[in-house]
Design a protein around this ligand. Structure first.
Ligand SMILES: NC(=O)c1ccc[n+]([C@@H]2O[C@H](COP(=O)([O-])OP(=O)(O)OC[C@H]3O[C@@H](n4cnc5c(N)ncnc54)[C@H](O)[C@@H]3O)[C@@H](O)[C@H]2O)c1
Length: 270
């Protein structure tokens, strides 16, 4: 169901790789709610991904940008304002990648070049995106910036590896930049701490199947899907959440506040 919540609003969506991506689902929902979008992804992912199909479906233009490159980001912000005809109302940072995870390096045996690369892509890129927007004065008043995170930033999930540290940094950047964006530009900045979700990035985590089923059994409402996340993001882009900022918002069916569920206890009483 569409409510026209984003009628007349415009913005940038990072990270739609394929139809499973949280960013892909969000772009579809934003379009349904009347928003106009510029889609972006790393040039290398654009060749692999099916982003052109999403652009067609949502009437969007694509501007490639590596989120670690300040030059690419400057160009992206400038081009997006030209394409969309003015300042931006929303930005979604939906980017994550750990080279240590990809290469099977254990947390106790990190390759620090891999760590630095993963941190740049997954965490510092959020600062770079916001700094590019801030310097170009690209955000409209009461605009909304959202990044995606996972609760391994606050509680240990051993196989999440160095992404846990990257997410802790990302959440801190949201608070720190959120202060300046709020004071100076009346723009809000939040992170959504999403349930484990079956996407390319999600499946990269070792033992992901066990992980997602455990979360499902622990969450009173069940895991939040990528579609659920898209809906929640739309609400954060809308004018209905104008005073929500500098928050890490759990979107996980209640997982984060559940000590143990009956289903999990039952597993141990068999
Ligand atoms: N899937 C999960 O279980 C889960 C749970 C909580 C949070 N998240 C977060 O959600 C976000 C989106 O991930 P997803 O699950 O939709 O997976 P995904 O693999 O579909 O999306 C990750 C995206 O990051 C992009 N990316 C990688 N390097 C980049 C770079 N240098 N510049 C620009 N883009 C780059 C990829 O091309 C891809 O589109 C990530 O931040 C992820 O950590 C995912």
């Amino acid at each position: 169901m569409a409510y026209n919540l984003l009628k007349g609003k415009k913005g940038i969506i990072f990270g739609a790789l394929d139809a499973n991506s949280i960013a892909w689902k969000t772009a579809e929902r934003v379009h349904e709610e009347g928003g106009s979008i510029v889609l972006t992804n790393a040039p290398i992912a654009m060749r692999m991904g099916q982003i052109a199909e999403l652009a067609k479906k949502t009437g969007s233009e694509i501007v490639p940008a590596d989120a670690t490159s300040e030059e690419d980001l400057r160009n992206l912000v400038e081009r997006s304002m030209e394409i969309l005809g003015g300042k931006l109302d929303f930005v979604l940072h939906s980017i994550g990648m750990s080279v240590n995870v990809r290469k099977g390096k254990h947390y106790t045996d990190e390759n620090y070049d891999f760590t630095a690369k993963g941190w740049d892509v997954s965490a510092l890129s959020f600062h770079k995106v916001m700094q590019s927007l801030y310097k170009a004065d690209a955000m409209a008043e009461w605009g909304s910036i959202v990044a995606l995170t996972y609760m391994a930033s606050q509680r240990t999930f051993p196989d999440y590896n160095d992404m846990a540290d990257n997410k802790a940094y990302l959440e801190s950047v949201a608070r720190s930049f959120g202060y300046f964006f709020g004071k100076e530009k009346k723009v809000r900045v939040n992170t959504i701490s999403q349930s484990p979700t079956l996407t390319t990035a999600g499946q990269g985590v070792k033992g992901f199947d066990g992980f997602i089923h455990y979360a499902e059994k622990m969450s009173p409402l069940g895991n939040a899907s990528a579609d659920d996340c898209a809906n929640y993001t739309v609400s954060l882009f809308s004018d209905l959440t104008r005073k929500v900022t500098m928050q890490n918002l759990f979107h996980d069916g209640g997982f984060s506040n559940t000590g143990v569920s009956q289903e999990v206890i039952d597993e141990f009483n068999k």
